[in-house]
Design a protein around this ligand. Structure first.
Ligand SMILES: C[S@@+](CC[C@H](N)C(=O)[O-])C[C@H]1O[C@@H](n2cnc3c(N)ncnc32)[C@H](O)[C@@H]1O
Length: 232
């Protein structure tokens, strides 16, 4: 068994296509489409957050009335723009990624959408930025929402920091936690290039499942979305 890269976690291209074409693309903002289109010709453009998972994230942001958020792993900005479109006019996103070149691909769409003022983009590795935020006690529990879609081996390090920065009742979402379905593959079916990140995903999934500080749902959407609600 190998992951079908066009089929998301559903593993059938037809079903993925049906969901996208029926309920996602017809309602997707033009500026988000622009980023998706730009990704098609950008190296590793497939890394953009899956639009159906993004649609779920937009609803959660609105249900939460999220105003202050953190994004770890921006790439060309699909999930960032989606977040900026889902929070109020005076909402703020601290968005961290060392790859400014990728961010600049999506920046014209972010500007066109009129939401650039909500974004504080920090060109950096995320851990030092989160540590810096934690140095200021007024940041404890000061964020409504965080989205993590970056280096998978650091997910637990991000979690230990974000659990302090996000308020009780706030959400942290981790992307790619099913890693193309490989988390459930027998070892011999896993391709060499999938092995390392699959191990990271397995370790993270096990750790988060026994973390009593959060309520969790591993939603089988996109490439696996682990939704955590800070419980205390
Ligand atoms: C899967 S992409 C993010 C996709 C993005 N959510 C979107 O919708 O387009 C992963 C991103 O994580 C970034 N990244 C990798 N290591 C990082 C780190 N230590 N801190 C912050 N970002 C990192 C990469 O530069 C890359 O842009």
């Amino acid at each position: 068994m190998t992951a079908n890269k066009n089929a998301s976690i559903l593993q059938t291209e037809d079903l993925t296509k049906y969901i996208l074409e029926t309920s996602v693309y017809p309602r997707e903002a033009e500026t988000l489409k622009d980023i998706r289109n730009a990704n098609e010709s950008y190296p590793m453009g497939f890394m953009g957050t899956a639009p159906d998972a993004g649609q779920l994230m937009a609803i959660l942001l609105k249900l939460l009335n999220a105003k202050k958020t953190i994004e770890v792993g921006v790439f060309t900005g699909y999930s960032l723009l989606l977040t900026a479109l889902s929070i109020p006019h005076d909402g703020k996103i601290i968005a961290v990624d060392p790859d400014r070149k990728a961010y600049e691909i999506g920046l014209p769409s972010i500007k066109k959408a009129g939401v650039e003022h909500k974004i504080d983009y920090i060109e950096s590795q995320a851990l030092p930025v989160l540590d810096k935020l934690l140095e200021n006690p007024s940041n404890d529990g000061n964020f409504d929402f965080a989205f993590v879609d970056a280096d998978k081996h650091n997910y637990w390090n991000y979690h230990e920091r974000l659990i302090k920065l996000v308020k009780i009742g706030g959400l942290i979402i981790y992307d790619n936690t099913l890693w193309g379905g490989t988390v459930a593959f027998p070892e011999e079916a896993v391709l060499d290039h999938q092995r390392k990140v699959r191990q990271d995903a397995l370790a993270f999934n096990e750790a988060i499942a026994s973390d009593t500080r959060v309520e969790i749902c591993l939603a089988s959407i996109g490439d696996g979305f682990t939704i955590c609600r800070r419980a205390h």
